[in-house]
Design a protein around this ligand. Structure first.
Ligand code: ZN
Length: 132
């Protein structure tokens, strides 16, 4: 599933218009993500991104972009919170598929502290864009 998103990423084409744009890097791995966010009356209408780096970072932002589009900022915030908790679980949590859908595949990554930052990069970029 992770490799599938890495090879066929969703929403990987920066839109020309956006309400917020952020650029986040993960120096420990060399991952980079630029993310554009558009909202209309508190609903996320578009998330587009571009980036490079390891398969975990790129697949994770691909899943995030698909998961939170058409959600309210409030719903998206709860999803990001749930994913952050999963990533902090050190392998002890499985993730809630009702909230995280396909992103529960990253549960195993939480066992590897060096990779957690890779998985969280896109989610933190989104969080940053959402408060702008
Ligand atoms: Zn990485």
């Amino acid at each position: 599933m992770i490799l599938d998103h890495y090879k066929n990423p969703l929403n990987k084409k920066l839109s020309s218009t956006f309400d917020a744009q952020v650029h986040h890097i993960n120096p420990s791995c060399g991952d980079e993500i630029t993310l554009n966010l558009s909202t209309v009356e508190g609903v996320i209408t578009s998330i587009t991104w571009d980036g490079q780096g390891c398969s975990i970072s790129q697949a994770s932002v691909s899943m995030l972009s698909d998961l939170v589009t058409d959600k309210t900022l409030e719903q998206a915030d709860a999803i990001v919170k749930s994913f952050s908790e999963l990533m902090a679980s050190k392998g002890t949590a499985a993730g809630d598929p009702e909230v995280l859908e396909d992103a529960v595949v990253f549960a195993g990554v939480s066992k590897f502290p060096g990779r957690v930052k890779c998985a969280l990069l896109g989610w933190m970029a989104f969080k940053d864009a959402a408060i702008q």
